[in-house]
Write a protein that binds this ligand. Sequence first.
Ligand SMILES: Cc1ncc(COP(=O)(O)O)c(C=O)c1O
Length: 360
Amino acid sequence: MPYERDNIHSLSPYEPGEQPQTDKVVKLNTNENPYPPTRQVMEAIAGVGADALRRYPPPMATPFRYAAAQMHDLEPDQVIATNGGDELLRLAVAVFCDPAGEDGRGGIGQTLPTYSLYDVLARIHDTPIVRVPLEEDWSIPQDFAKRLNNAGCRLAWVVNPHAPSGRFESSDRLRQIAADFNGVLLVDEAYVDFARHDASDLVRGEDAMDNVLLLRTLSKGYSLAGLRFGYGLGSRDLIAALDKARDSYNTDILAQAAAVAALASRKDAAATWTKVVDERRRVGDELARLGWWVWPSDCNFILAKPRENGPGAMETYESLKRDGIFVRYFDQDRLEDKLRITLGTPEQNDALLRALTARG
Ligand SMILES: Cc1ncc(COP(=O)(O)O)c(C=O)c1O
């Protein structure tokens, strides 16, 4: 008999995109920023001395909370620092959702499709999940909040801009969902650095919503996926509740030093966002010229469907991989005929476009 709980025994774990440990491939599959972190970040890491490593780090990541609060025009107790955005997601389930009960209430509401880790986290916690299919244009259905309320959901998570479609929902639309929803709305802004604007007005000032939590990560915009640093923004009460469930030292001293330096050098990081956005336009246009269907994107990736009478998405994914070009294929309803392509440097994108042109 297995020792683990039934829900863990039957769990299919999250499948991260392939991480080939060589720089000989063109890696356009896991939405990393193709440019290096800023000089200030590298200096901050190098500047962490032996004594700082010997001691425990600041448990609340206080210097980071002050830096993030200043950047977002919030108070430090409206910020929580986490070991990647993924830790904030895990904390949110643990803090806001009930484990499965007889009545099937107290769970999570999400869109379909969405970030595939969400499902796994909900299953680990054994909380009920309600999945609401997105509309044809990937927009969130008007009755999203109502359906979640009817099912007794206590947490809803929506990615904005959306992964994997790249679609952007306005803050007004998100505000309306938060107003209609009886639980906590977590807006996952993992890709917001590449978007037209963020939704921080939902947690700031007189019109702040007390049930909205924003997720941010340094993985994409700040080229720090290897560092594992994310953070949440929200009302004091939501942040205090999350803090209760956090490991005392959930972010390490190297990560804290780098994260403070990352925000301080935001302008330099933002120069990489501009380059990625320029490439998003160019690669989208080039794919369209090859007959692909490309959805508008506010992210550092695009979702695209190969032309009708050529090789399909899975075949293209596999043949690109044989050529050392990695993109992402999801064997999932509504996605199985599409590829998600991370924007790389112009040279990397050219390699992809050349390979696709050669395939006709
Ligand atoms: C939609 C979404 N949310 C959150 C994350 C978490 O990022 P991280 O844990 O690297 O901060 C990711 C990473 O791929 C993501 O795609």
